[in-house]
Ligand binder design. Sequence first.
Ligand code: ASP
Length: 599
Amino acid sequence: MLKTQNCGELRPAHAGQEVLMAGWVFRRRDQGGLIFIDLRDRWGITQVVVNQETSPDAHRVADSLRNEYVVQVRGLVRQRPEGTANSELETGDIEVVASEITLLNASKTPPFYINQDTKIDEVARMKYRYLDLRRPKMQENIILRHRVVKGMRDYLDKLDFVEIETPILFKTTPEGARDFLVPSRLMPGNFYALPQSPQQLKQLLMVAGYERYFQIARCFRDEDLRGDRQPEFTQLDLEMSFVQREDIITLIEGLMIYLTEQVLGKTPMFKPFPRIKYIDAMEMYGSDKPDLRYELAAVDITDLAAASGFQVFKSSAAAGKPVKAFRAPGMALRSGTALRKLMDDLETLARANGAKGLAWLGMPETEGGELKGPVGKFFGAEQLAELFQRTEAKPGDLLLFITDERETVYRIVDVLRRTIAHELGLDDPEKLAFGWIIDFPMFYWNEEEQRWDPSQHMFTMPLPEDLPLLDTDPGAARGSQYDLALNGYEVAGGSIRIHDRAVQEKMFPLIGQSLERAREQFGHMLEAFEYGVPPHGGVAVGVDRLVMLYAQEPNIREVIAFPKTQAGADIMAHAPSPAEPKQLEELGIAVVYKEDEKE
Ligand code: ASP
C-alpha cells in the first residue's frame, strides 16, 4: 500500500509513530519556513507540517504543491503544540511532521473550490462531476447512500429474503410513464423496453415459489423530470407470498425505523407511523403524500358558507363545490403592510394553482377585538363561533378560504399548506415524519382519453369487499395499495396483487386496453396465473428520495453519483449523443427529425 494510515484516523495516542499517508492537497498555507498542508482522503483531513530547516527536500516539494495535487507523505505523528488544536477536525489534536513528500500527480486548477462550501453553478458541478464528488458533503451523501442500501440488505437478509436480479432488457412494464426502448440488432424492427419497474418479474418470482424476494433495482421511466425524479432511479423492490396488506406495512415500517435509528441515528417523529385514508389525506391536506411534520389541516365549512351572506361562497356551495377554511397560526398578527403583502403573495400562489381568488379573515389580536379583512361581516355571530370552533382559530390567526372544483381545492390547500409551514419554520429538515396512506381509489378518471387510469398500476388488487365494484362502479372501488409518505414525499408504494387470471383480465378493458392487445403484451403473466399462484403483494421504496431526505438535500441529484440534468442529459459524458450511421444501419433504423428539431 502507498499508505499505512488514512487521513481520518490519527489521534494523540499515535504520537511518536512514523506514518505513510497519501491523498489530495485540500489546502496549503505557506508561512515561509513552515508550510502547512491539509491532506485529504475519503476518511478525513490530517494536517501535515513541513519544516524547511529540518526537511529541506520535503519543503521544496511542498512549496510546489497546489490544491488537489496528489501526494504521498512520510512523517512523524505529534501532538499539536499548545493552543493550536482544531476542534472542528477529528484529527485536530495531532499533526504529521513530514520528512519526505512525493508528488504522485499534479492537478490543473479545479473549475470550482473543493474546499469551500460555497454555492457552485450546477452545470459546472455536472460537467466535472468527479471533482464535485470530491467535496466532503458529496462524499458524506454517497457514503450515507451506501450505508442505507447496506442496511436494507442486512435487514432483509435476516428475514430470509433472497436478492434476485431481473433483466434490464425486457418488455414493457407500465407504471404510468413512457418506456425507453432499445432496438434489437438481431431482430430488426423489434425493441426491448427498459423496465419501469421489475413489477411483472417479481410477481413471476412469486409464481416461481421464492416467497420473499428483494432487489436494489434500477428503473427507467421516460417522463418529464422534476427535482425528485430522474429518467433512471433506484428502488428497493420487494415481493412476498402468502401475505396481507398488514404484513407488508409492518415489514416496511420495521425497516424504516431500523434505517432511521440504526443507520442514520435519528428517531422518527411518530412510532408507530400514522395511517391515513386517502380520502382523509386529500380532504385535510390536499395531498396523498402529506408532510406530517406539522398539523395544519383544511376544514370543510361548505354548510356555513352556504348559509353566509357571501355571494361567492353561496353560489359555489350551491353548485356542489366544497368550501374549505385553512388556519395559518399567528399570521394575522403581522402589521398592515406586511399582512397585505402576505395576502398578495398567497393569493398569487393560489391563482397560479387555479384559484380565482383567496378570501381571508384575520382573528383579532386579543380576545374580543375586531376581525380583520372583508369576509367576517358576511357571517352571523353564531356562524362565526362555529367557524372558529371548527378551525380552532385563536387570537392572531389568519383564516384562508378556498372554494372551487374539488381537485383544484386540493391543489391549493396543498400548496398553501406547504408555503405557510415553510414561512412559519415548521418544516424542520431534522425531523422525519413517516405516515401511511391507505385505501386509495383503484382508478382515476382520465377525461381526455375517456377511460380509467389505475391509481397505482394494473396489477393492484381491489380491496376484497370492493371486488364486485369492478363490474358495477369502478370509480368507487378502493385498491389494496399503500403508500408511505415522508416529509411531503412519497418514499414507498405497493399493493396486494391480483393473482387470478379472470380478475386481471377485467382490468384491461377498464383501463382502455383491448383484451387482444393485453394478451399480446401480457400473455405470459396471464398464462402464469393459471399455474398455482400464491396470494402475494409487495412494495417499492424509493432509494434516491429516502437518502435525499436523510441527507437533508433539496433534490435527488445530490445523492446520485452521476445524475442527469433536468433535460435528461449527462453533460459530463455528453449523453445522449447521435449514433454512427453504421450503427443505425445495423439496427435498421432511420432517424426522422421533426421540423423544430433540425439543427
Ligand atoms: N411497482 C411499483 C413501483 O415501482 C411498486 C410495487 O407495486 O411494488 O412503484
